[in-house]
Design a protein around this ligand. Structure first.
Ligand code: GDP
Length: 336
């Protein structure tokens, strides 16, 4: 949706209120940034419309950040690592935004990053911006809001956007699909790497980190070589990138600079081959299809005739008096 194509009512509303938001975000002010994100996260239709118009206006100013996904099971050290990495990047003169994708937050009411004390120093730093996971009913909803928030943060001039997710469920794939590089944090336990392989997470990792190497450096080295062997057996995401495995101590800030060196290395190599931009184009298109799928699904569920007939047809399918395909065709027919 282009701003110029919105309905007159929306446009006047946009004129009245939201130019201030757009200008504020572009001026790198945190209040308009937070306000825009609140609009994005709102369930109200008018807020969603306004959010879309603001994002559309900000779009030419997006794309400048390095988008880094970070995943790992609870307790692996994600927040300790992100705090250390964030402070390191700020020292390098960069501005850092930290976002989160945690679909469980709508169930539990809490969320990763909800508790700001997890990254106490970073959250108080003027060059950093930390936002907890939006709460939405579905992973799709959470991912969409986080993607939009990421774009707004880019327009606000953040150089690095870190998107954190917990190592459970499908949220890893969602984060890998919205970031440039997906990093997996592992514990130096034997067998931990097998878990990640089983769940298919190792396959989507561009960089693997064995954290807590300070506890038992020898165990960390063993884990590193096991993971390297395991990665060898997987099909590489890119022919031009061998997934590095690093050992690191987030607690001691040991290995953070090497981590960032690998991230920039990744960017350099894949930019040279054209894969970096291709990945972003592919992600944008996949996002569009996600939105189309979600839109169709919601239109379908809200269609009056579907609403009326669905319970009977669902019951008939359950009882075996109608086939699933006949029921589906009949329901889909209402959309014509
Ligand atoms: P998260 O749940 O993945 O965000 O993990 P946290 O960052 O909250 O870390 C969980 C616990 O592990 C905390 O007590 C941290 O202090 C500790 N921890 C994190 N990184 C390291 C590390 O590199 N070495 C050691 N020894 N402990 C760590």
């Amino acid at each position: 949706m282009n701003v110029s194509e919105t309905s007159p009512a929306t446009l006047s509303e946009f004129d009245a209120i939201d130019h201030a938001l757009v200008d504020g975000v572009l001026a790198r002010q945190l209040r308009p940034l937070a306000k825009t994100i609140t609009l994005i996260e709102s369930q109200r239709e008018d807020h969603k419309l306004r959010a879309r118009a603001v994002i559309e206006a900000l779009l030419p100013h997006t794309g400048g950040a390095m988008r880094v996904g970070i995943s790992g099971v609870p307790g692996v050290g994600k927040s300790t690592f992100i705090e250390g990495l964030g402070l390191y990047l700020i020292e390098q003169g960069l501005r850092v935004a930290v976002l989160a994708v945690d679909p469980s937050s709508s169930l539990t009411g809490g969320s990763i990053l909800g508790d700001k004390t997890r990254m106490e120093h970073l959250s108080h730093h003027p060059q950093a911006f930390i936002r907890p996971s939006p709460s939405a009913c579905s992973l799709g909803g959470v991912a969409e809001k986080t993607r939009e928030t990421m774009l707004v943060c880019e327009a606000a001039g953040f150089d690095v956007i870190i998107v954190e997710t917990v190592g459970v469920g499908q949220s890893e794939t969602a984060v890998a699909n919205m970031t440039d590089i997906f990093c997996l944090l592992q514990l130096p336990n034997a067998g931990d790497d097998l878990q990640a392989i089983k769940k298919g997470i190792m396959e989507i990792a561009d960089l693997v980190v064995v954290n807590k190497a300070d506890i038992d450096p020898a165990a960390a080295m063993r884990a590193k070589s096991q993971i390297k062997t395991a990665l060898h057996m997987l099909r590489p995401m890119s022919q031009n990138w061998t997934v590095p495995v690093l050992t690191l101590s987030a607690l001691n800030q040991d290995g953070v600079a090497e981590f960032w060196e690998q991230v920039t290395n990744y960017r350099t190599v894949l930019t040279r081959t054209g894969e970096f931009e291709a990945k972003r184009r592919h992600q944008a298109l996949a996002w569009m299809w996600d939105m189309i799928d979600a839109g169709l699904r919601s239109r379908f569920r809200n269609h009056p005739q579907v609403k009326q007939t669905l319970p009977q047809l669902a019951a008939a399918v359950e009882q075996g008096t109608t086939t699933p395909s006949v029921a589906a065709m009949r329901l889909l027919g209402y959309l014509n």
